[in-house]
Design a protein. Structure first.
Length: 58
């Protein structure tokens, strides 16, 4: 049984570090996705405002 607990204690830090790394990357990717969505919305509003201020092309 000692062998089993030694194996568990040996693998636990690697798993925990991997989970922390995964969570950090997931947060960064999620934040980037939301930032891109917000930026696209702002750009669309700016384009619409700019297009409304110009006369129609003939």
């Amino acid at each position: 049984m000692d062998y089993f607990w030694n194996a568990v204690w040996s693998v636990t830090p690697t798993i925990l570090v991997g989970l922390v790394f995964w969570f950090i990357l997931w947060s960064v990717i999620r934040a980037d996705r939301h930032e891109r969505k917000a930026q696209a919305k702002i750009e669309a509003e700016e384009r619409a405002r700019f297009a409304a201020g110009r006369p129609a092309a003939q």
